[in-house]
Design a protein. Structure first.
Length: 419
């Protein structure tokens, strides 16, 4: 049975919570993978950014301290997402959608330009990137919409056009920043959700065939600096003193690591050869210091994350949980894939962080929050009663424990009866 058929079967709106799998705790392997990536990221940010921090800020622990704060805040968000029953977010779908849309529009007016892009709100030492919230908001909106429309997703006007138009608005706002990488991730995630929900493949192919030439002409061929990035991607050695410099240094970093690397903290490319190595190109430092084994370990961790995320989607108690888990998993998988492809020279250079590993506050907190929601879906808790935010946080663990005790009592009764 294909993934699409499995998702469609588990997301059948006629299925009730009582007929689904028994409740359990959050997927331990999923949680362990997320926490492992987060801890590993703190270590690698310190290793990759210490020299740059010492020169720029006069404190070699500058990025370590900030990343530790970001990770701490992210872990709190992770616990909230994991403890709060995911059905709570259904009612927040439209408020979050319009809030994120308003913030994407507002940042174009009031956000500072950094390296030619306007993507952040800044308040002194604090910053916020609204595109990170937009990822979750759009995935949540699509999950609610597709779960409600059910068989209508096969109708072009009723099921396909509304989510496509809403996604198009988000893409337009992101491309104005400009943030082509995030726009591509969100667009592919939206099409992926529509596909597994049962939308006709011809509609999806038609939208891609229409959008791809326009996007290429307007946003790539029409922008000289993006054309140069494509040329640098095709021949980084030729453009190593210009637009291909970062990719050129990244490839040297990865190649010099060999099988086991030069040792944690012993890399040389972070010594002002590879620009800002603690952010989007942190995998290059991993390759240099931990070698091919380190890169493969990161790839394996994200493979496990995607596997357990898809498993949570196929076992979700309802259609909404199925689509939300699939959307969040696809966001993580695609972003990790694009980041690794850029660092290894398999894709043109784009500014996308490696989830849970790269330095960054908004990305870390939002990624861990979405991971918490994914972990909650994996727990397959029974349908929650309408509760307030704080009531749901307090009662979620007790509800799971009660169900476990009930299951254990049922098993004991059956054993005694057989005896």
């Amino acid at each position: 049975m294909s993934l699409r058929e499995r998702l469609s079967e588990w997301a059948n709106p006629k299925r009730t919570g009582g007929s689904g799998p028994p409740p359990q705790g959050p997927d331990r392997l999923l949680v362990a993978t997320i926490l492992g990536l987060t801890g590993f990221g703190v270590v690698m940010v310190f290793s990759a950014g210490a020299a740059f921090a010492a020169k720029t800020y006069g404190d070699w622990t500058y990025f370590l301290k900030r990343e530790a704060v970001y990770s701490g805040a992210g872990l709190l968000a992770f616990l909230v997402g994991m403890r709060l029953d995911y059905s709570f977010f259904r009612r927040l779908a439209y408020p979050l959608l319009f809030l994120s849309m308003a913030m994407l529009a507002a940042v174009l007016k009031v956000g500072p330009a950094i390296n030619g892009a306007v993507r952040w709100f800044r308040w002194g030492a604090l910053s916020f990137q609204p595109s990170e919230l937009a990822k979750f908001a759009l995935a949540l909106y699509l999950a609610v919409l597709l779960a409600r429309k059910a068989e209508k997703v096969k109708d072009f006007r009723m099921g396909f056009l509304p989510p496509l138009l809403m996604t198009g608005i988000f893409l337009a706002l992101l491309l104005k920043q400009p943030d082509l990488g995030t726009a591509v991730i969100i667009g592919v995630t939206a099409l992926g959700l529509l596909f597994v929900a049962g939308t006709r493949t011809s509609y999806i192919l038609l939208s891609v065939l229409v959008a791809a030439p326009i996007g290429w002409q307007v946003f790539i061929a029409g922008e000289p600096w993006r054309r140069e990035r494509i040329l640098a991607f095709l021949s980084p050695w030729k453009f190593r003193r210009g637009t291909g410099y970062q990719l050129y240094e990244s490839l040297i970093s990865v190649g010099s690591g060999g099988l086991f690397g030069q040792g944690l903290g012993q890399g040389h490319q972070k010594l002002f050869f590879l620009p800002e190595a603690h952010t989007d190109f942190i995998l290059a430092i991993i390759g240099e210091e931990l070698g091919l084994c380190g890169v493969l370990a990161v790839l394996l961790a994200f493979t496990v994350l995607v596997w357990r995320g898809l498993r949570a989607a196929t076992r979700a108690r309802d259609a909404f949980g199925c689509y939300l888990a699939f959307g969040v998993t696809l966001l993580f998988g695609l972003q990790a894939l694009v980041n690794m492809g850029v660092v290894l020279g398999l894709l043109p250079t784009k500014g996308l962080p490696l989830p849970f590993v790269s330095y960054g506050g908004t990305s870390m907190v939002m990624s861990l929050f979405m991971a918490g929601v994914l972990a909650n879906i994996s727990a397959r808790n029974p349908e929650a009663a309408p509760l307030s935010f704080w009531q749901s946080l307090r009662t979620n663990r007790a509800r799971v424990s009660k169900n476990r005790r009930s299951d254990a009592s049922d098993v004991q009764v059956v054993v005694e009866a057989k005896s």
